[in-house]
Design a protein around this ligand. Structure first.
Ligand code: SAH
Length: 213
């Protein structure tokens, strides 16, 4: 797949849309300007790749809306070299954004087909991450603690294991709520046993599911 002046132009317009909607984190917008989102689509759907919309990626899942990716990435505020865990690899687009922002990224997906696709494509395109097939509710205890954790599916509650696997001072960004809408929570771990929760806005994610396929 090619990234040419046409797709770059479409991307530039998308970045302008995101700025108008209130995203002002330059590092995030620069990285989203660099990553060809259409690589994550089947070629026949190229024309949809730069709409500010979620889009089906197979297995009943979607690539998150660009605004949502920009919003969650801004909240995470990645510093180079930080150890970050993503729950819900999906297309791998959010993972590519985090990797390009300098995160040492670990990402988990519960759908085997999506896991395999992302694991083979991202390194090919130059995005480094470690891919895991498993259940995000459990996190990744063998690689904990993490400085940041991002959940990219709508969770019915905050999984205990994810808080446990944060550093003190670490941040969990997670949409929590019902199947239709969730509140984006910004959770800071303040001590071994305490954390502080802030609520930022309403979003609509595909659900975080238990048990594998
Ligand atoms: N970050 C992705 C968003 C994909 S949608 C992207 O940029 O494309 C959310 C993803 O979370 C789906 O692929 C879904 O299969 C996955 N998911 C849902 N429940 C999960 C769980 N318990 N553990 C890991 N992944 C899960």
């Amino acid at each position: 797949m090619k990234d040419n002046f046409r797709t770059k132009g479409m991307r530039k317009k998308l970045i302008e849309v995101l700025r108008k909607k209130g995203i002002n984190n330059d590092a995030v917008l620069e990285v989203m300007m660099e990553i060809p989102r259409h690589y994550f689509f089947d070629s026949s759907f190229l024309e949809f790749a730069y709409d500010d919309k979620a889009f089906p990626i197979g297995a009943g899942q979607t690539i998150s809306q660009p605004y949502t990716v920009a919003f969650q990435s801004s909240l995470l505020n990645i510093k180079k070299g930080e150890k970050v865990l993503e729950i819900g690899t999906g297309s791998g687009y959010q993972a590519a954004v985090l990797a390009k922002l300098g995160a040492k990224l670990f990402t988990i997906e519960r759908h085997k087909s999506l896991y395999e696709k992302a694991k083979s494509r991202l390194p090919e395109w130059g995005y480094r991450a470690r891919f895991f097939y498993g259940d995000g509710y459990k996190g990744l205890p063998a690689f904990a603690p993490f400085e940041k954790i991002i959940v990219t599916c709508g969770a019915p509650f905050v999984p205990e294991a994810l808080i446990e696997q944060l550093n003190i001072g670490g941040v969990l960004v997670i949409p929590v709520g019902g199947d239709d809408t969730q509140k984006m929570l910004y959770i800071t771990k303040t001590s071994e046993t305490e954390y502080k929760t802030e609520s930022t806005g309403d979003f609509a994610f595909v659900p975080m599911l238990e048990n594998k396929e």
